[in-house]
Design a protein around this ligand. Sequence first.
Ligand code: 5GP
Length: 360
Amino acid sequence: MKIYEQTELDFKDVLIKPKRSYINSRSETDVTREYKFKWCPRKIIGTGVITANMATVGTFEIAKHMMQNKMFCCLHKHYSLDELIKFITENDCSEYVFLSMGLRDDDIEKIYTILDQYPDKCRNICIDVPNAYIPRVKELVIRMRQKYPDILLMVGNAVTAELVEDLILSGADIIKCGIGSGSACTTRRMTGVGRPQLSTIFECADVAHGIGGMICSDGGIVHIGDVAKAFGAGADFVMMGGFFAGCLEAAGDIITKKFQVNQIDENGEFLIETKQFKVFYGMSSEYAQKTHYCGMPSYRASEGRFVEVPLKPSIDRLLQDILGGLRSCMTYIGARRLKDISKCTTFYRVNTQLNTVFEK
Ligand code: 5GP
């Protein structure tokens, strides 16, 4: 038995140190960067915030908003071939949209059909397997890179240097990093496996950048400041699901519920408060298995949760908040360009991150 004694860190365990800077205003910062990849010959200019390929946020509707803001969307893998073709032929998806696939034959066939029949449309692919340590992932990466040398290929999920290195050298451009950090994820409870997200980024970004690859930090963004921390630690992209859950454009109906409040009106009746919610669920949850497949196979356990999250404003507003937080962080640390954040970041390790005295 082995144990790593060094304490692993999460976003909540650190704060970013402010530094003297030559930036006078947040408006002087550039929150985009030019992405150049190890294998894919294309260059993309954008902000590396990416919506997770989950059923309620990895949608066409969300993708349109992300594209308009020069940010990315990883579409969920449950769209049919016809739906995907319609979307990619009616919108310009070549830069900011990723198509997802797992290891199932029908997923692979669907993506191959799009790559073969629509070569000038969407060529950003995400091979998404919760556990990329299984050998079939690497085999698929090698096959796809040989068959389609020009695709932008993101692969996940991993949390350690050796797999990041292996998958990049096998043909991946971006490794999606994170196990067990997700808001709708119960993997750590069910399996005991996982790694705190900040330490995952440190290690994986270091090895990826050394060999010309990139990483996408996947999961665990709780506060907007965590996005800056992820970029500061070395992430090239930051994937978020739960943060966007409940926004107006997320898939799903608005659920209205009434709650009795512990206050009485002039007639002596208890006040009733109305709250609105939207559904959000993990893609390995029993709910997802039932909704998108034929139920849960007997050899699997649910590793995701189903929640009703309070209704949020429109996604454009959330994106503006993210960009505002990033610009402000960049001003505090003297990073004029998004690419400079990690060079300019020094973290304090903290015991308490936030003052929550007025939070419920
Ligand atoms: P969030 O931004 O909500 O914290 O994390 C989003 C990430 O959680 C997704 O990109 C994906 O990697 C992960 N995730 C989504 N659904 C599930 C699930 O059912 N189980 C697990 N283990 N992870 C999930």
